[in-house]
Design a protein around this ligand. Structure first.
Ligand code: ZN
Length: 388
């Protein structure tokens, strides 16, 4: 193992609140990487001797982004659906069926090629930890396959057999819930860390979601929920009740939903790419933050409702349209994402954490929102290895 110091960092985001702000900013900073871990942070002038030295040239460094919500195991294309929607037609959950048919028809090689393409696309934009889900197979074999392929490339894998009721059992949702909580769960649990359910009108109601998440928990999976995306509903309160790591979307919230999130350990994960791509109402991040809720920011990368792998794009949307400050949005896309995955070893630049770093070609992290759409990520280290 060799050690490397990155010096001459104009602004370093550590997410260490003991340094005086939530982002734990250090000006004129240095970071020492030893093997796959962060060994030291501090003033550039006080950096210890190391084997290698990288000059950041007055640019900024922040933790690699933690994207805690994506759907990357799929085949097919929904350009026409997007084009139609942008021409005036509304979005419903039924569009998922198009991707289910294409995914079932695809070979393992095709699915894995797509998955690795989107993961590397995200990595080049600074994402060093990425959760991804099944949910476009909806048979025992197709869900198991999706999770097996995903687990080859990330350890944050989520079983989402309960994405929609399978078209094969459209007339008998109870039979599909029995499959999701029975044979399908048995086949999928060995490949996954998490279980998720799309709790929404047209997908699964509160009672079905509770049964699915409870069954998953009994198999050692931890819950997270697609909650309150398209309408008000029971998802958020169920998430808090079941100690889900995250309630994702949170676009339609009552005051009681906000109070529940503020009083529990469940992170609210906001996915502005979905509202952008469906011309829907933005989630109110300001309301959540002012209530004391922990907020994460992720892409929801999927072919139907949010086909972006760019966390910087989501940061810009969150600042422009959801009431977040640039500091809050950067925190939510790093430490917030880590909290939504119940991780303390990523999303921060502190001794002992994984050396996952993003170098921006800008003097400050604020430029992520100040210069939207500009490819500022000029270097990425993952587990101590420079990969971009
Ligand atoms: Zn999703």
């Amino acid at each position: 193992m060799s050690s490397t110091v990155i010096t001459n960092i104009a602004t370093l985001v550590t997410n260490d609140p003991s340094l005086g702000s939530p982002l734990g900013l250090i000006r004129d900073a240095a970071v020492v990487v030893d093997g796959d871990r962060i060994a030291w942070t501090g003033a550039s002038s006080k950096a210890p001797a190391t084997d290698n030295r990288v000059d950041a040239g007055g640019r900024s460094v922040l933790p690699g982004f933690v994207d805690s919500h994506s759907h990357l195991v799929f085949a097919g294309d929904r350009t026409e659906e997007f084009n139609a929607r942008m021409s005036g037609r509304g979005y419903t959950a039924g569009g998922i069926r198009t991707t289910v048919a294409a995914t079932r028809a695809a070979s393992d090689e095709e699915l894995e090629a797509g998955l690795t393409r989107y993961l590397s696309e995200a990595l080049s934009q600074g994402t060093t930890t990425m959760e991804t889900k099944s949910g476009y197979g909806l048979t025992v074999a197709d869900e198991e396959r999706a999770l097996r392929l995903a687990a080859r490339h990330t350890d944050e894998v989520t079983y989402l057999g309960a994405h929609i009721v399978s078209p094969d059992l459209a007339d008998d949702p109870a039979a599909y819930v029995a499959l999701v909580t029975g044979e399908m769960l048995d086949a999928c649990a060995p490949h996954a860390r998490w279980i998720d359910v799309f709790c929404e009108k047209g997908a699964f109601d509160g009672d079905q979601a509770r049964a699915i998440l409870t069954a998953g928990r009994a198999k050692g999976l931890h819950p997270r929920i697609h909650a309150n995306q398209l309408s008000y509903g029971p998802g958020v309160q169920l998430a808090v009740e079941l100690d889900a790591a995250s309630a994702d979307h949170c676009t339609h919230l009552t005051d009681a939903d906000v109070d529940a999130l503020a009083g529990g350990a469940t992170v609210a994960t906001l996915l502005p790419g979905a509202e952008f791509s469906t011309r829907a109402t933005w989630p109110d991040a300001r309301r959540l933050l002012d209530a004391g809720v922990t907020v994460a920011l992720s892409t929801d990368c999927n072919p139907g409702s949010s086909f972006t792998s760019s966390v910087p794009f989501c940061i810009a949307l969150a600042v422009r349209d959801m009431g977040m400050t640039p500091d809050e949005a950067v925190w939510s896309a790093t430490a917030g994402g880590a909290a939504a995955l119940r991780r303390t070893d990523v999303g921060r630049v502190t001794p002992g954490a994984y050396a996952d770093l993003t170098l921006l070609d800008a003097p400050s992290h604020v430029h992520l929102a100040y210069r939207p759409g500009v490819p500022l990520v000029s270097g990425v280290w993952r587990r101590g290895v420079r990969v971009v």
